[in-house]
Design a protein around this ligand. Structure first.
Ligand code: ADP
Ligand code: MG
Length: 647
């Protein structure tokens, strides 16, 4: 007798469950997607003990006919696909017909459902994949699925579940994300009988964000200008293959998160995790935020269904784009251009702290999840022509400005650092309750589209603090500008422009400067010499272990040239381990800019200050210095009025 056998459905389902049902949140995801596919307008999610004891989803969707309800638990039974061609353009969230049988095989599941076309409903009970009962029942139209004791028959799986709060955090993230993807529906999330999320239909995404996260977050966000791009035509055809569209919100650069949990990605209304889009987003913020920090983002990408393969992973959270590199660049440019157009002004940190941190519930969740959400996302397919990840890897640490001899503070170094991230939540208790007052966005809800840094051109400089920070008056309030980083940004963009156009002002040295290198530095030098010489340097090997510098960009003070070259070699050492030429170029430009920029503790007259502000206003990204620190802080009129208790 042969040794190969075909597994029973029961075993096959349990195996499939291993892929589909990783944790309670996977159950919630599958059931939520089914409810949305069923056209529900009101969806209620209940969980007990982080979803380990119970998960129940109640919807008012189309419900199932008696026969369909029985069939739904057969493997590969679905109402959403009929033949293989349908797989190429999937419009529904589900399509594999695997979720219900998989979930039923690792839990005790009850289905209660009634189709609008039948007068009575059906109640089915299944335990560990075995049908226990099936009877007629008097039910409202719609579907209720209750999943108890998840993994009761798979102890190995059960052991891998994390703490109740972590599992709940995953569930809450999912419910929140789907509520954002569908602002027109009612969503409720209840955990251990406490309501964590309750949102009613909102006019648009902005209103929904307000409902879920509160007005304070909204103030940090920039709406993406709606953009569209045609995809390249198919070979042999002239007409474009379709279009890409992107909408959503991203945070201004000063709103910084230490992990990627505040990045919400959607493709055709589906919640996904995708490295390609993450990378595109990071690239958009390149040189605008320090390394290792992440923005808040909510990106909704739409494209023709044929453009994206959602059948890549059993849990359908990963996708593959047919034109990956095009999608990547489209998203990067769309986000970057919106940031450049808005040039959002950072507010003085203190003015934020004084506000009650009432609406940061979401961050409480994301803290629980830490990095887990994106942990397991694989790198994009090797055929996508992407630069290597870790763009920020080699960004030099932000230089510490310290005032050695600050008058009045003898010997006390004053450190200046980026505004602190949002204050940590006061208690670890989870809550996502939407206060009554937040259920709708009042007309003057404090959503100010933010002051643009283009205003810098219209400021009146008043003087300097510590000969380091320019104080200026403007229409929108009082501004503080860090003169060193402001000049750094101006020069950074100038060097990059000059490099691109082959026009960098160069100073020839009277005597070539000879510097000695270690063998490793010499190797680095040989790799980057061409790029160095294209950025306004004239250097050549001078013996086996030294190089001669004959010229340098004219902005760099002669006394700093050798230090600058060593610094660039250091960047090269770190960056060449896997970062693109483009990044090396930016790294060199950032170093040149930093060396050449006006130092702190430098008195400036009014004319120079005005010049600096005008030049800064004319840059593309006056928001941050090339290392990601803020350049100008605004103490807005609104905050001034608040401070004087006039509002
Ligand atoms: P898929 O969603 O991939 O089709 P599932 O196993 O998740 O597979 O569901 C099987 C079928 O059960 C669906 O195709 C749908 O017809 C039906 N179904 C599941 N959940 C619901 C629901 N909440 N309301 C109506 N029908 C549902
Ligand atoms: Mg499904």
């Amino acid at each position: 007798m042969g040794r190969i056998r075909i597994l029973s459905d029961q075993v096959a389902n349990k195996i499939a469950a291993g892929e589909v049902v990783e944790r309670p949140a996977s159950v919630v995801k599958e059931l939520l997607e089914n409810s949305l596919d069923a056209g529900s307008t009101t969806i209620r999610v209940e969980a007990v003990s982080g979803g380990r004891r119970l998960i129940r989803i109640t919807d008012d969707g189309c419900g199932m006919l008696r026969d369909d309800a029985m069939l739904a638990f057969e493997r590969h039974s679905t109402s959403k696909l009929t033949d293989v061609k349908d797989l190429l353009s999937i419009a529904t969230l589900g399509f594999r017909g695997e979720a219900l049988p998989s979930i039923a095989s690792v839990s005790r599941l009850t289905l209660e459902t009634r189709s609008r076309d039948e007068s009575t409903g059906t109640r089915i009970e299944i335990a560990g994949g075995k049908m226990m009962a099936c009877q007629e029942a008097a039910l409202a139209s719609g579907t209720i699925i209750t999943v108890r004791d998840l993994f009761f028959n798979v102890p190995a799986r059960k052991k891998f579940l994390r703490s109740e709060t972590t599992e709940l955090a995953h569930i809450a993230t999912l419910a929140t994300e789907y509520s954002l993807a569908h602002p027109d529906r009612n969503f409720t999330l209840i955990h251990d009988e406490k309501e964590l999320l309750a949102v009613t239909p909102a006019a648009d995404l902005r209103d929904r964000i307000y409902q879920v996260f509160g007005g304070q977050l909204l103030e940090e966000l920039i709406p993406l200008a709606p953009v569209e791009r045609a995809l390249p035509p198919e070979p042999g055809s002239d007409s474009p293959a379709g279009t890409l569209q992107l909408t959503g919100f991203v945070s201004r650069p000063q709103f910084q998160k230490s992990n990627r949990n505040s990045i919400h990605l959607f493709v055709n209304g589906r919640v996904i995790r995708d490295r390609l889009l993450l990378h595109a987003l990071n690239s958009a913020y390149y040189n605008l935020v320090p390394s290792g920090v992440y923005p808040f983002a909510m990106l909704f990408l739409s494209c023709d269904y044929e453009e994206v393969d959602v059948n890549v992973h059993p849990s359908k959270t990963e996708v593959r784009f047919r034109h990956g590199p095009v999608v990547h660049d489209f998203v990067r440019d769309a986000v970057r251009n919106s940031l450049i157009a808005a040039k959002p002004a950072p507010s003085l940190p203190s003015s934020r702290v004084s506000q009650p941190a009432a609406h940061l519930p979401y961050s409480e969740f994301s803290q629980q999840i830490e990095e887990q959400r994106f942990e397991s996302v694989p790198a994009p397919a090797p055929d996508s022509e992407l630069p290597v990840f870790n763009l920020h890897g080699a960004t030099p640490p932000a230089p510490r400005l310290d005032f050695g001899q600050t008058p009045g503070i003898p010997g006390e170094p004053v450190r200046f650092s980026a505004p602190p991230p949002a204050p940590p939540p006061a208690s670890p208790q989870l809550k996502l309750r939407v206060p009554e007052s937040h259920s709708a966005l009042p007309p003057d809800a404090g959503y100010v589209p933010g002051t643009s840094l283009s205003e810098l051109a219209n400021l009146r400089p008043l003087g300097q603090i510590h000969d380091s920070f320019i104080v200026a008056a403007g229409r929108d309030g009082l501004w503080l500008i860090d003169q060193h980083v402001a000049h750094e940004r101006i020069l950074f963009e100038k060097v990059l422009r000059g490099r691109a156009e082959g026009k960098i002002e160069v100073q020839a040295l009277l005597m070539p400067m000879i510097i000695e290198l270690t063998p490793a530095q010499m190797a680095d030098y040989n790799r980057i010499a061409a790029e160095l010489n294209a950025t306004g340097f004239e250097t050549e090997p001078f013996g086996p272990r030294s190089i001669a510098i004959k010229a340098a960009p004219s902005a760099v003070p002669p006394g700093e040239i050798d230090k600058l070259v060593f610094e660039i070699l250091e960047i090269a050492d770190a960056e060449l381990r896997g970062v693109s030429l483009e990044d090396l170029r930016r790294g060199i430009a950032a170093s040149v800019a930093c060396r050449a920029a006006i130092k702190i503790n430098t008195p400036l007259d009014e004319r120079k200050m005005a010049w600096l502000l005008e030049e800064l206003a004319a840059t593309q990204c006056p928001m941050s210095c090339p290392h990601g620190r803020p350049i100008a802080l605004l103490y807005s009129t609104r905050d001034i009025l608040k401070g004087f208790h006039r509002v």
